[in-house]
Design a protein around this ligand. Structure first.
Ligand SMILES: Cc1cc2nc3c(=O)[nH]c(=O)nc-3n(C[C@H](O)[C@H](O)[C@H](O)COP(=O)(O)OP(=O)(O)OC[C@H]3O[C@@H](n4cnc5c(N)ncnc54)[C@H](O)[C@@H]3O)c2cc1C
Length: 406
């Protein structure tokens, strides 16, 4: 089968007839909360707001879940991306602990919510293993382990023998964390949208928001088809879009790449590590590798600054080959394995690798959930919970660590 470039398995595998369709927005409305965007973050927030009896409207400019959500690795990690030591040195030890604790809780709560709602998204527990090569990488990772351990985080160290035994990988040591999950992020997103609609959230597709006008008392969300008056606008558009130009300086447009291999024959599978553990390494940029479908490998990495539009398609082919080669250097046993899908994943990288979640003083009535920096979809659940607290006026002190003023 030839490689499918530019599309992701998550999108490709849901037949059009099984994708729930939502109407276009029409008319003038009022709502307690208006959510701009229709990815996993927006749909999780819509469900939580609707379940809290807030009248909720969600406006997606295109189709639900087809942005970053469908391009992510489908990895609900307990790990926010940047190293604990990095977050601690930028923001202090207490803030770092709060970020990591929020992420672990976000992964567990996200998985619990999807299970409770019986969303069919192939949710499956995975440990996270971060492996280091001998030398500088090992030194760095041991320090990271020491800092996390001293910070009270739930983390274990795997010795060289343990990593080789479990992951079948040449590495001199690794961090191991529990509380992660693999999932199909697109199905998770659609499932949450359907659950939100069941709770009477009004969900609209093909309804782009072009502006939000605000006074001291309220905001008017101007969308294709009409305007909605509200006290709270949640902006969950992945990164800062043209409608929020003033915020774009906080994000660097980056592009990661993803590859899903064709199925591995049984002999090859035995040479790859434990299917219940997802692997990250300290390569620059890092690789994130996990099993998918029980017999394939999924790898995300090869991040670079966003290429110009005219070279985009060529970059996908080139980076797919690069990722396959790098996968082969990690697992020589996969020699001959071909990519089934290769895709690009644009995202807005923040300076410290953390999302911005919460209010911004220049945008009254707005709450934002933007940015990120690796592969995880945990931020969607962290953000949705935090935003609901903000809407209800019951923030927790720990929420500050994701603020625009951190
Ligand atoms: C390479 C990569 C790295 C990532 N890194 C991290 C990370 O480190 N941490 C983390 O938590 N998450 C990260 N993510 C994101 C993670 O995938 C998301 O948390 C999750 O998928 C949810 O995405 P989202 O809903 O925030 O954005 P998206 O899925 O992109 O959804 C945004 C939606 O908004 C819509 N939209 C945009 N403008 C408008 C408008 N004007 N009107 C109406 N709708 C509009 C878009 O069409 C889109 O559907 C990353 C994703 C990728 C691809």
């Amino acid at each position: 089968m030839p490689t499918r470039y530019g599309t992701t398995p998550w999108l490709h595998r849901v037949p059009a007839s099984r994708v729930p369709a939502f109407p276009r927005f029409r008319g003038a409305h009022t709502a307690d909360v208006v959510i701009v965007g229709g990815g996993l973050t927006a749909c999780a927030a819509a469900y939580m707001c609707a379940a809290a009896d807030l009248t909720t409207v969600l406006l997606e400019r295109d189709r639900l879940g087809q942005g970053q959500t469908a391009r992510s690795a489908g990895w609900l990690t307990p790990d926010p991306g940047p190293a604990f030591r990095e977050v601690a040195s930028r923001h202090g030890l207490r803030a770092a602990r709060r970020v990591f604790e929020a992420w672990r809780r976000g992964a567990l709560e996200g998985a619990a919510l999807l299970r409770r709602l019986r969303v069919q998204c192939h949710l499956d527990p995975r440990d996270t293993v971060v492996a280091a090569a001998r030398g500088a990488q090992e030194k760095l990772l041991r320090r990271e382990y020491g800092a996390r351990h001293a910070g009270g985080l739930d983390v274990a160290w795997l010795t060289e023998r343990q990593v080789q035994g479990r992951m079948r990988l040449e590495a001199s040591g690794a961090l191991k964390m529990a509380d992660g999950f693999a999932l199909d992020p697109y199905r998770a997103c659609l499932g949450l949208a359907v659950a939100a609609a069941r709770r009477e959230a009004a969900v609209f597709e093909r309804s782009r928001v072009s502006a939000v006008r605000f006074t001291r008392r309220h905001a008017d969300v101007v969308a294709e088809g009409g305007t909605i008056r509200t006290r709270r606008v949640i902006v969950a558009t992945g990164s800062a879009t043209a409608e929020f130009k003033a915020l774009q300086r906080h994000f660097t447009p980056r592009e990661a790449y993803g590859v899903l291999t064709e199925p591995m024959p049984a002999g090859m599978r035995r040479q790859i590590g434990d299917p219940r553990a997802a692997l990250a390494d300290l390569h620059v940029p890092p690789h994130h590798v996990r099993w998918a479908d029980g017999d394939r490998l999924l790898v995300i990495g090869a991040d670079q600054n966003e290429p110009p539009e005219r070279t985009r398609a060529a970059a996908v082919v080139q980076r797919t080959n690069e990722l396959m080669y790098e996968l082969l250097t990690l697992y020589p046993g996969i020699y001959g394995l071909r990519p089934a899908y290769g895709w690009d994943a644009p995202y807005g990288a923040t300076a410290d690798g953390l999302m911005y979640i919460g209010a911004h003083r220049n945008f009254p009535h707005h709450l934002f959930a933007l940015g990120g920096g690796a592969v995880s979809v945990t931020g969607a659940f962290v953000a949705a919970r935090l935003l609901l607290r903000a809407v209800q006026g019951t923030p927790e002190p720990a929420d500050e660590v994701f603020s625009w003023t951190r």
